[in-house]
Write a protein that binds this ligand. Structure first.
Ligand SMILES: [Fe+2]
Ligand SMILES: [Fe+2]
Length: 439
């Protein structure tokens, strides 16, 4: 049985799912082991070199029997955080240790290494921890200290790892809007959405990490904007707007002062308000002059700012914000980036209130990466529009549960006085009790 496990549980005697890559270097053929279905979050993109008899072993078994701890240490050094083992061919995990995904369940959809519901808790913890790190970083900069690149790097890795395990879990959490601390949560959301878009391009983990750090810090320059301007509700006077707009340049300055951030990361942060048609700031760059990941950051940034709840404004519903971005594709926003963004959020982002062809109202509780028109929903009302005593969870991809239902409309929760977060919490808690009863 194949199991995705954390690298700390990898042990001598286990059979690692891996393949060999051959490369010519300096006229000599060298072989490298690349673990299959693994997560590598470190900075390194080097691979473990394979020598002698190990090669024979790996071609015969389509994997690697771990006979010494040297190789395991090497995989750790290379930044692998999770790998897949085959317990039919080698040692299993000790009974007390759980794999990252339940091997008895059908495999997760392609591009995801674990199921949404298996990742959501870990994603939520990673998000909380990173928001705290970010809050500290912002406070540090505000009080004249620099950012601590190492701490941020560590936080970035936790986020990247979770996105690599299941991108939908972390993305679904960006719906959670809080007043405070606005900048930290906004940066967290923008980072998640950009990394989720970049993840679809199957980038090297070290590039993903660079993007994570850059987007986490994209608004760090706001700490240099006077507080009375930063926190001003409503419209800015022209001179205030000018001050506010400097934050993008300040973000780049702060990162450069820290000394270790690559120029690419600095460009992403500095250019996050540039628009494709040149109407952005600080430089009014156009089209290809803007770094591709800065174009992604611009889309995610506007989306999160529109949907954010502030003291002086309610949050715009997710679908409306998405429509606003679609309206400006090709002018302000890069066409392909908008396309990727829609893919990441899904047609109906988690937390959307929707209406069915049966007139029932429902909340989207889990996306369906195979068909975004058919997510998992919690039905709140009956066809006669009377509320249900308890929400009924239905997976629209399962014909028996969908029962001919289709989503026809997105509704604004505020118009119907629906507290989305409260209902989602209730559904989750109830789900756990039914699970327990079943056991
Ligand atoms: Fe910004
Ligand atoms: Fe921003």
């Amino acid at each position: 049985m194949k199991k995705l496990i954390e690298i700390k549980h990898l042990d001598v005697g286990m059979f690692l799912e891996a393949e060999v890559v051959r490369e010519e270097r300096e006229g000599e053929e060298q072989r490298f082991v690349v673990p299959r279905n693994a997560i590598q979050a470190g900075q390194s993109s080097k691979r473990a070199r394979l020598t002698g008899t190990m090669h024979e072993r790996i071609t015969r078994d389509g994997g690697l029997m771990l006979s010494s701890s040297g190789f395991i240490d090497r995989f750790r050094e290379l930044g692998y955080t999770s790998v897949t083992i085959d317990t039919d061919k080698g040692k299993d995990l000790p009974e007390t240790v759980k794999p990252l995904t339940d091997p008895t369940r059908p495999p997760p959809p392609s591009g995801r290494l674990v199921h949404f519901d298996e990742e959501i808790e870990r994603a939520s913890e990673a998000r909380e921890a990173t928001t705290e790190t970010l809050k500290t970083a912002l406070e540090d900069v505000a009080s004249g200290r620099g950012v601590d690149p190492e701490r941020l790097q560590g936080a970035s890795e936790v986020i990247t790892e979770s996105i690599l395990r299941n991108v939908d879990a972390m993305v679904s959490l960006t719906r959670i809007k809080q007043h405070d601390p606005y900048t930290a949560i906004h940066c967290m959301n923008v980072c998640t959405l950009v990394v989720a878009m970049a993840h679809g391009q199957k980038l090297n983990p070290s590039i993903l990490n660079m993007i994570t750090t850059a987007t986490l810090l994209h608004d760090v320059g706001k700490t240099r904007v006077p507080l009375e301007i930063l926190n001003k509700p409503g419209r800015f006077e022209p001179h205030e707007l000018q001050e506010m707009r400097k934050h993008a340049t300040y973000s780049g300055d702060i990162m450069r002062e820290a000394g270790t951030f690559p120029e690419e990361a600095i460009a992403i942060a500095t250019q996050h308000h540039e628009m494709m048609n040149g109407s952005g700031y600080p430089l009014g760059l156009k089209g290809d002059e803007i770094h591709p990941y800065a174009r992604m950051t611009a889309v995610a940034d506007v989306y999160d700012a529109l949907t954010a709840k502030r003291v002086y404004k309610p949050g715009m519903p997710m679908y409306q914000a998405l429509l606003r971005i679609i309206k400006n594709r090709g002018t302000e926003f890069d066409d392909d980036t908008v396309e990727d963004f829609i893919k990441v959020l899904g047609l109906y982002p988690v937390g959307s209130l929707v209406e069915m062809n049966t007139k029932e109202q429902a909340i989207v509780i889990e996306p369906n990466p195979l068909d975004s028109k058919k997510p998992k929903v919690a039905l709140l009302t009956m066809p006669n529009q009377k509320p249900r005593a308890v929400p009924l969870v239905a997976s629209m991809i399962k014909r028996s549960e969908a029962e001919g239902r289709e989503i026809v409309k997105v509704l604004n929760p505020e118009d119907f006085e629906v507290d989305v977060e409260e209902i989602m919490k209730e559904v989750k808690e109830r789900g756990e009790t039914t699970e327990r009863r079943r056991r």
